[in-house]
Write a protein that binds this ligand. Structure first.
Ligand SMILES: [Zn+2]
Length: 308
């Protein structure tokens, strides 16, 4: 891929209009994934233009690198990434191709969401030899709304550094987002409280932080390891565990193979539930983190109620 990226980055330089590197009235912000982009829009308001690289229906570990991504990154004042190696498989060559000093590692415009987050599932020794994609720990921390508050603070701090004039507005928007999360945490906690300790099965370890926050248990996966597709005998082992422990709910995300979940559900009388880590991954959740989490909580609580 690097040869293609080099070629594309040459084209970017040719296509970049004169003056494109000068200061913009609005901050041009790029987020790797849609939930980070949604929070950037919430905090930045009218002061930012936000572009998002990954689609809500794409696996964030395996995003298709496109020439348009390099152009987008070339023009960015700030880049927000998940970190914890979430984007390690696709982002570095795009950044190399974009040739933009503002978003290089360590630059004020480079915002790493995982900074200051207590990661789960950090292995004693990083092992990528079998295609393991959580070698730095579990990068799906945004599914805990309290982590989303921490990331929103990072984003507000970075916007204030990059755009001091817009800082009062960013701080007001941050306070409003924090209050909204605090209010919703009560509703979400109330909705999920009856299922405290209940086991659910998920395709990927996306829901570890969510489950920990809301008192559910989700340590059984349809994937044998993060990033490794299910193959025999793993699904049979999952069916055995679900039967033994009376587990009745399986979570799948838009880009995961629903058929595998349905096959396992067919053997266990379980319900397959559509959830998403990204705004826009479920109907009616476009570009809003809180609306997305509302939809996730409702879908999971409804399935758990129905399985009693
Ligand atoms: Zn993952």
């Amino acid at each position: 891929m690097s040869r293609i990226i080099k070629l594309l980055s040459g084209l970017v330089l040719l296509a970049t209009p004169p003056g494109a590197g000068l200061a913009h009235a609005k901050l041009t912000v790029v987020a790797t994934t849609p939930e980070l982009g949604a929070i950037a829009s919430t905090i930045g308001g009218d002061g930012v233009n936000v572009s998002i690289l990954a689609k809500p229906t794409e696996d964030p570990h395996f995003v298709d690198a496109r020439p348009s991504h390099i152009v987008t990154l070339n023009r960015a004042d700030a880049l927000i990434e998940g970190g914890a190696e979430l984007e390690i498989g696709w982002l570095p060559p795009l950044i190399e191709g974009a040739r933009n000093a503002k978003i290089l590692p360590g630059a004020p415009g480079r915002i790493v969401a995982s900074d200051g987050i207590q990661l789960l599932d950090v292995p004693a020794t990083a092992d990528r030899s079998h295609g393991e994609i959580h070698a730095a720990g579990n990068p799906h921390f945004m599914m805990d709304p309290l982590n989303a508050k921490i990331v929103a603070q990072h984003i507000a701090d970075a916007f204030c550094r990059t755009d001091p004039g817009g800082c009062p507005s960013h701080r007001t928007n941050l306070a409003r987002f924090e209050s909204a999360i605090d209010a919703k945490m009560k509703d979400w906690g109330h909705e999920l409280a009856p299922f405290n300790g209940t086991q659910i099965v998920t395709f990927h370890a996306t829901w570890r932080y969510f489950c920990q926050r809301f008192g559910l248990s989700c340590g059984i996966y349809l994937e044998p390891k993060p990033g490794i597709p299910p193959s025999p005998p793993h699904p049979v082992e999952v069916i055995g565990k679900m039967t033994a422990q009376n587990i009745k709910v399986i979570l799948v995300e838009p880009y995961q193979p629903r058929k595998v979940a349905e096959t396992v559900a067919g053997h266990t009388s379980a319900t397959v539930v559509n959830v998403s880590q990204f705004p826009g991954g479920l109907p009616g959740t476009d570009n809003d983190y809180i609306t997305l989490m509302d939809a996730n909580v409702k879908a999971i609580a409804s399935a758990l109620r129905g399985s009693r």
